[in-house]
Design a protein around this ligand. Structure first.
Ligand code: PHE
Length: 546
């Protein structure tokens, strides 16, 4: 272990870390999901609520994950294992509670859930918090398997734009072409293969040579492309209606459901709840200021989402489309929008390239969580681990790719899952997507509880203190007022610091908020008239009825 620790790579520079972590956060969640969900939830007011969720939950949990990573210098499993207390009442209570629920479900003949709850309960009572790390690695598999499929579509659309096949005049023709594209198993698997091969190649190269270099190159490119798209969209006649819709909050259209959707989106979009930020944090040097880095990562993530909305809505309004067209917004409406502009194919090509770039930097962080576990904990060679598990994810991805719309092509899998879980999603793709929602919510909640109540805010703050003295040792008002170096503001004891505010958030605000979001995700909390028990609609769900 000691030997491995001293050999562990670190990021070449502070900026390299920030760009890589922001690259993980910025992805399909920001550029594809954020605009369409905003469109479905009424525009400006939803944007405001999303921003509040990011600040109240996203920021504190992100700091938890990065400090856990840097302190332990481990993958998520190793990190929780290292800080696992020899006995923990909270874990015991949680584990026994899960076993109790599991047995109840088995008695009620809900076999799949019963087995799952009982298994997790037994693991938690035996291994305590290490299970949170293991769940992160499993989530990496699950998320990447469907994420890579959608990312594969962007690869396909880059090809279509290059060959001029995106010249749609109506939404109907765009929709028909999209459905034909994703229903062609050969094409979608080929695109999935290209995307996974890129991810594997980059992660194989390692932290500095691979992930850091590609992020430094791709992130600025992403901004450039977004700004270009925004400028084009804003100069279209009628674009201002879109700007108003996007930026002028109308709180009459907001329901309880919208608030909870915003919480879930913030989690997914910031890459929280599955250890991606623990893994990236583990390569950070002790000199780095974790607080300002976290602010920068969250800031970049929000900025890209915001810019993506600014690129989408003015164009959609200018060309008379409905902002609530749903998950198909990017793949159906935008090519049509682009086609009505001069040099349409060039804009379409740039947009899908941008979407693929964003998905790639997120995809590599998902694969890196899985790889880091096998390298650190199991002593595998990085190359072998990446190839073997990247390959497994590709295989799982092919199941998602051939079953985006329904179970037709993989009936045995459907029968197996149906035997276990009675009520299942309309496709394997949806199943993976829903499973990931659960895992992120649970992972994020447990991470906040672990840092707040088990590892303890005091030790966490000791870790953050390296490189960010102001965070823990300067009175918040003195720091904000620029008086931190004034002798009269340098008392020995500061009760009101950034650290104490953060501690209250991690121990109370985040867990409560995440539990509410979690209950909504699993459908136990139905708010608003049109709230559905399913999570936010996915492309697949919509595509089923073109
Ligand atoms: N944050 C990524 C996105 O917005 C998705 C992601 C989730 C990546 C979880 C890593 C971990 O697309």
């Amino acid at each position: 272990m000691e030997k491995q620790q001293s050999k562990r790579e670190t990021w070449n520079s502070g900026l390299g870390f920030i760009l890589a972590a922001a690259g993980s956060a910025v992805g399909l969640g920001n550029i594809w999901r954020f605009p369409y969900i905003t469109g479905e939830h009424g525009g400006g007011a939803f944007v405001l609520i999303y921003l509040i969720c990011v600040a109240l939950i996203g920021l504190p949990v992100m700091l938890c994950e990065i400090s856990l990573g840097r302190h332990t210098r481990r993958n998520p499993v190793g990190a929780f294992k290292q800080l696992n207390p020899p006995a923990c009442n909270m874990a015991m209570l949680f584990g026994l509670g899960m076993i109790f629920c599991g047995v109840l479900m088995l008695i009620m003949r809900s076999f799949g859930w019963g087995l799952l709850f009982t298994l997790i309960g037994i693991l938690v009572t035996k291994y305590r918090w290490t299970v949170v790390g293991v769940m992160g690695v499993v989530a990496g598999f699950v998320i990447l398997s469907f994420y890579a499929v959608v990312a594969g579509w962007t690869v396909g659309y880059i090809g279509k734009a290059l060959t001029g096949k995106l010249a749609f005049n109506t939404m109907e023709s765009a929709s028909a072409s999209f459905v034909a594209f994703i229903s062609n198993p050969f094409l979608s698997i080929a695109c999935l293969f290209v995307f996974m091969a890129l991810c594997i190649a980059i992660v194989c190269k390692g932290v500095q040579a691979g992930i850091e270099r590609i992020s430094k190159l791709l992130m600025p490119l992403l901004f450039l492309l977004l700004i270009l798209l925004i400028l084009r969209g804003l100069t279209l006649p009628g674009a201002m209606a879109g700007v108003r819709y996007y930026l002028r909050p109308d709180f009459r259209v907001i329901s309880g459901e919208s608030i909870l959707v915003a919480v879930g989106l913030a989690f997914f979009s910031l890459s929280l709840g599955m250890g991606a930020m623990i893994t990236y944090g583990s390569y950070v040097s002790k000199e780095q200021n974790l607080f300002t880095s976290t602010m920068a990562i969250v800031g970049l993530d929000v900025l890209v989402a915001f810019l993506a909305g600014l690129a989408v809505f003015p164009a959609v309004f200018a060309l008379g489309f409905a902002p609530d067209s749903g998950a198909g917004l990017a793949f159906m409406a935008l090519p049509t929008v682009f086609n009505q502009m001069p040099f349409g194919m060039l804009w379409a090509f740039l947009f899908f390239l941008l979407l693929m770039v964003a998905a790639l930097t997120s995809g590599i962080s998902l694969l890196e969580v899985v790889t880091a576990y096998w390298v650190d904990e199991r002593g595998w060679k990085r190359r072998d681990a990446t190839l073997v598990f990247g390959g497994c994810i590709f295989l799982l991805g092919t199941l998602c790719a051939v079953s985006v719309q329904n179970w037709d092509s993989i009936r045995p899998v459907q029968f197996f899952l149906q035997a276990l879980f009675a009520r299942i999603q309309p496709s394997f793709f949806d199943t993976m997507e829903t499973a990931s929602d659960w895992m992120l919510a649970l992972g994020g909640l447990l991470t906040a509880l672990f840092v707040g109540w088990v590892w303890g805010i005091r030790l966490a703050v000791d870790e953050i203190r390296h490189g960010s003295h102001n965070f823990a040792d300067v009175h918040l008002w003195s720091a904000l007022a620029g008086l931190k170096d004034d002798p009269s503001h340098n008392s020995e004891v500061h009760v009101y610091t950034l650290a104490s505010v953060w501690g209250v958030f991690v121990r109370f605000v985040c867990p409560v908020a995440v539990v509410i979001a979690f209950l909504y995700t699993i459908g136990w909390l139905d708010m608003g008239e049109d709230a559905s028990p399913e999570p936010a609609p996915e492309p697949a769900a919509e595509l089923a009825q073109p």
